[in-house]
Write a protein that binds this ligand. Sequence first.
Ligand SMILES: Nc1nc2c(ncn2[C@@H]2O[C@H](COP(=O)(O)OP(=O)(O)OP(=O)(O)O)[C@@H](O)[C@H]2O)c(=O)[nH]1
Ligand SMILES: [Zn+2]
Length: 293
Amino acid sequence: MLKGKIVKALSGFYYVQDGNSVYPCKGRGNFRKRKITPLVGDNVSFEMDENEEGYILDIDERQNELVRPPIANIDQAMIVASVVEPEFRTILMDRFLVLIESKNITPMIVLTKTDLVDDEELEKLESYKENYEKLGYTVIVGSSKEEDGLLGITPYLEGKTTVIAGQSGVGKSSMLNALKPHLDLETNDISKSLGRGKHTTRHVELIEMYGGLIADTPGFSSLEFQDLEYDELPDCFPEMREHGEYCKFRGCLHNKEPKCAVKAAVEEGEIPSYRYEHYLQFLEEIQNRKPRY
Ligand SMILES: Nc1nc2c(ncn2[C@@H]2O[C@H](COP(=O)(O)OP(=O)(O)OP(=O)(O)O)[C@@H](O)[C@H]2O)c(=O)[nH]1
Ligand SMILES: [Zn+2]
């Protein structure tokens, strides 16, 4: 019996990587009956029969899974945001951070297109970078248009399965291409003018890069908090995990409750007020969500 990881699924075959080899495999016959669907990212046991045909025998328990793109066992999500075109917005960054945290995936932040801004704007950016680093997030700033402009990312890929997130046009494909030029993923110059739908790619593939695996299709295209309950929201903010311990009430939502340590930290400037405002906005959004039935 062999062990490996599914790195691609296409036309009924699962491509299982073991070391430097990739084996096309089929799912075991009874998977369908048992309603088991192997996913890209799954760690599996498999065997090759005498005709060199591969069969997946078993799937290890998943650490997590995403629906779009369908992929399992993600370690980290890289949120790509451009500093301009489109402009950097903290609310969007915080929304991505919350969605990723809610799936128990470690976020990291990449800010692109620094070649398009002047020193003054770079300085403003530096303060955002510091804010997010203080929360414990890794932040890499750079440009895909400059040689080695984003190489700072590479040490963070090693040994991890990474999915990329970020709104349209921020430079996700350009970043991947800059990291690994021969990838040649389609950037948006053409598809935009043709008005083609975003993220139309159906299949997802894990690509080896700098000792890790990166999904070639971006995730978190829906930015709604569909699967999140309001009382889970504070846990998606590292600063609330930290300060929330000292609130008077257990399960404090840091909203109208008295003796709230989070609100105190906001007043003292320990938590940036925009983070807290976004928290309240997300809380309201979740609480006002229409039930899904
Ligand atoms: N000046 C500059 N332009 C960039 C940079 N990164 C990307 N671009 C440009 O921004 C546009 C969008 O880049 P893409 O890489 O297609 O963006 P994307 O995030 O993959 O977009 P979607 O496929 O819509 O999700 C293209 O015209 C790129 O050439 C950068 O670092 N600097
Ligand atoms: Zn509180």
